[in-house]
Design a protein around this ligand. Sequence first.
Ligand code: ADP
Ligand code: MG
Length: 397
Amino acid sequence: MAKFRTLDDIDAAGRRVLVRVDLNVPVRDGAVTDDTRIRAVAPTITELAGKGAKVILLAHFGRPKGKRDESQSLKVVVPAVAKVLGRPVAFADDCTGETAAAAVSALAPGEVLVLENTRFYKGEEGNDPEFVKALAANGDLYVNDAFSAAHRAHASTEGLAHVLPAFAGRSMQAELEALDRALGAPVRPVAAIVGGAKVSSKIDLLENLVTKVDLLVIGGGMANTFLAARGVDVGKSLCEHDLAETARRIEKAAAAAGCRIVLPEDAVVAEAFAANAPNRVVTLDAVPAESMILDVGPKSVAAVVAALEEARTLVWNGPLGAFELEPFDRGTVAAAREAAGLTVAGKLTSIAGGGDTVAALNHAGVADKFSYISTAGGAFLEWMEGKALPGVEALKA
Ligand code: ADP
Ligand code: MG
């Protein structure tokens, strides 16, 4: 794995440390409703404060599009940050200029300050060198602890790393180490499960994975596109018939790379996309014309279980069926429990990410049993697609 400077390498005492964090948390009626992201960055903040740093947090919040917008002020998250950290947290209602400078100079070693939403300035998303300079004026060192924003080359996620000594925070470090275990230098065989709704949203992902993994399980709606490309009649199922050629190309690339593709052998079908819609299990040569495939069937689940038992490493993005609608969650839940059990038994390293995937693993009650769950939606997918993440590249020592 590429070398990153981490908090182990930082001499923070008395220094002003600009820490890019993800505070883009859900808020309802003026209160944070889910503090997962705050808890993720708390170890970095606490460690730096403990080392006597003046900790200055930079973050974006919502999409104010380069203009000050009080309804998207970070002020609302400050009490939640203070609560998670168990210490007072100051706030400055600007991230550059005199207001920010005054708040920073009022900080004593070990104290924590949140600066206002970086996206109040166009220079943030534009990665404008003048804006980078204005942010850098308030810090001696830069720590990036926001993997979830690392796929964006913005001033606070990328630009700052070029003008200040830059370090990966603990949450960034954990994410990079987990991802490296999954696809960097993984224990083989490596299996990937890719599911979800559409092939079109994950073509890059599939094309990269077939060159990296030994086994690719395709499920969910996107399996229908592959099945149709193989000549299966999928009835009224979600299917991108125009991508048949793409599906065949991906199958060829997989064969050339020695990656085995595992497609469903049977399916749970229903006539309505609705919870508890009347349903039955059919083999793939018998999908009724009026039906939709909403989940993988029991034979397919057995094949996924066999694939997992063979694998030593798993990366997973995308549910195997319409898991939000019972009973079409069964295939996803069964696969999730199998992966979790193998992980707990020390037989599998399991990494999963993606908004709906994490929801599905929570629904199956096994998210905490996986080796690593990435809560970074877009950044996790771009990493799985084999793309370089600008915020990560800039941290390489
Ligand atoms: P993630 O957010 O983890 O990247 P996706 O958004 O790609 O995952 O996929 C999740 C969606 O895929 C869910 O809304 C689920 O209902 C849908 N889905 C899975 N299987 C099917 C299917 N057979 N037919 C229709 N939709 C499906
Ligand atoms: Mg999704």
